[in-house]
Design a protein. Structure first.
Length: 61
């Protein structure tokens, strides 16, 4: 379970680290946490990411 969980979230950890370079750490953490939450609610990773991105206006929620 540990390995599969870490493997599932790793792409979004990397995404958050890249995102933090251009926005803020707070924004990146909030975005990745929201994606992970939606994944936990049953959304596939791509859809979860698209939903969270749709909430942003000018890199802000």
């Amino acid at each position: 379970m540990k390995s599969s969980t870490l493997k599932a979230v790793e792409p979004f950890v990397q995404y958050g680290l890249r995102e933090a370079r251009y926005t803020s750490v707070e924004h990146a953490l909030r975005e990745v946490a929201a994606i992970a939450y939606l994944m936990g609610r049953g959304f596939d990773p791509r859809t979860a990411h698209q939903i969270v991105e749709s909430w942003e206006v000018d890199e802000r929620f």
